[in-house]
Design a protein around this ligand. Structure first.
Ligand code: NAI
Ligand code: MG
Length: 338
């Protein structure tokens, strides 16, 4: 084992699914040396901070983290943990792959990847009210921004990913017909990047509303999608829905100096402690993490076990229509490793 990495067990079902994922990673002899750190309610309970300094320092040291779901503390004036992490480490790319694992849904054989710009757009949260007459909240005003440099960086990252992962087409999703500057700059810069990959990676552009419709009518036309923060937030939930929802959706937040891998779902307090949580989304995030550090063989072994046990073998947790516990699924996956 040679690669230091931060491990955040998280809240609710977090520790259960993290335990399951670590068991499977150990079974393939994954290279990570874990530095366990607190965040979320676990952080609030221990040091009254949902993102303790020590946790940030750990990620700064390792540049790599696997994060269980965190319960967002209500009230108390705590800032969003995810937003803080993104800003602190400049995690500019949010990567969400969507792949059919459980057959028999509305769509079969989905295999696409969505990149969401993670730092700019309307999510920079520059909002305020303008009073109208007696009403202090007569008008709500929100402004967003995109920088040429960031547009270029995220689109280029998507094209590089496509090239490295044998993908054929990148689709830039925008609304440059209405948000002529905010997303127009994204499109303008995106077209320039596309030009640099001409002959190697094909390039499409779609307007976001039409894209949403096409994703539902014919998702197979898409391969790699890259889009702005707000559109990416919405479309990535849509694509997760194409393959059966949150239980199978992994995500990565990637920057120049750090990358944080996680499941898209939350801490599921309704089923915490019952031993029935589905560890698959976090496991898929761990597989992405293995590929991120170039350990593709171990990633392939886990992917193959998932295909054999879950896709073909029909061993599934309750959320996927099955009846095995988290522990039983973990044992089956370990046994399914070639
Ligand atoms: P949630 O994703 O935790 O749960 C929604 C529904 O999906 C629940 O019925 C839950 O039981 C089910 N579910 C989620 N993951 C599952 C899994 N692995 N296996 C089986 N069933 C699963 O969303 P909710 O309830 O809105 O949020 C709970 C807490 O999680 C909140 O504090 C929220 O802020 C936080 N959250 C954290 C995220 C993160 O850390 N990345 C992302 C989303 C929510
Ligand atoms: Mg979202």
């Amino acid at each position: 084992k040679t690669i230091p990495a931060t491990l955040i067990p998280g809240d609710g079902i977090g520790p259960e699914i993290v335990e399951s994922v670590i068991e499977i990673l150990d079974a393939v002899d994954a290279p990570f040396v874990w530095d366990r750190q607190l965040a979320g309610m676990a952080g609030v309970d221990a040091v009254n901070d949902p993102l303790p300094k020590q946790t940030i320092e750990s990620i700064r040291r390792t540049g790599l983290a696997l994060k269980g779901p965190l319960t967002t503390p209500v009230g108390g004036g705590f800032k969003s943990i995810n937003v803080t992490l993104r800003q602190e480490f400049g995690l500019f790319a949010n990567l969400r792959p969507t792949k059919t694992i459980v057959p028999g849904g509305r769509f079969e054989d989905i295999d696409l990847v969505l990149f969401r710009e993670n730092l700019e757009g309307y999510y920079a949260a520059m909002e305020h009210y303008i009073p109208v007459g007696e009403d202090p909240k007569g008008i709500a005003l929100s402004s967003g921004f995109t920088s040429r440099a960031e547009c270029r960086r995220i689109v280029k990252y998507a094209f590089d990913y496509a090239e490295k992962n044998n993908r054929k087409t990148v689709t830039i999703v925008h609304k440059a017909n209405i948000l002529k500057l905010l997303t127009g700059l994204f499109l303008e810069e995106g077209r320039k990047v596309a030009e640099e990959y001409k002959g190697r990676i094909a390039f499409n552009e779609r307007i976001v509303d039409a894209c949403a419709m096409q994703l539902v009518i014919n998702p197979w036309q898409f391969d790699v999608i890259v889009t702005t923060n707000l559109f990416g937030d919405i479309l990535s939930d849509l694509t997760a829905g194409l393959v059966g929802g949150l239980g199978m959706a992994p995500g990565a937040n990637i920057g120049e100096k750090a990358a944080v891998f996680e499941a898209v779902h939350g801490s599921a307090p309704d089923i915490a402690g019952k031993g029935i949580a589905n560890p698959l989304a976090l496991l898929l995030a761990a597989v992405m993490m293995l590929r991120h550090v170039g350990h593709n063989k171990q990633a392939d072994r886990i992917d193959a076990a998932i295909k054999k046990v879950i896709t073909e073998g029909g061993v599934r947790t309750k959320d996927l229509g099955g009846n095995v516990t988290s522990k039983e699924l973990t044992a089956a996956l370990k046994q399914g490793l070639a």
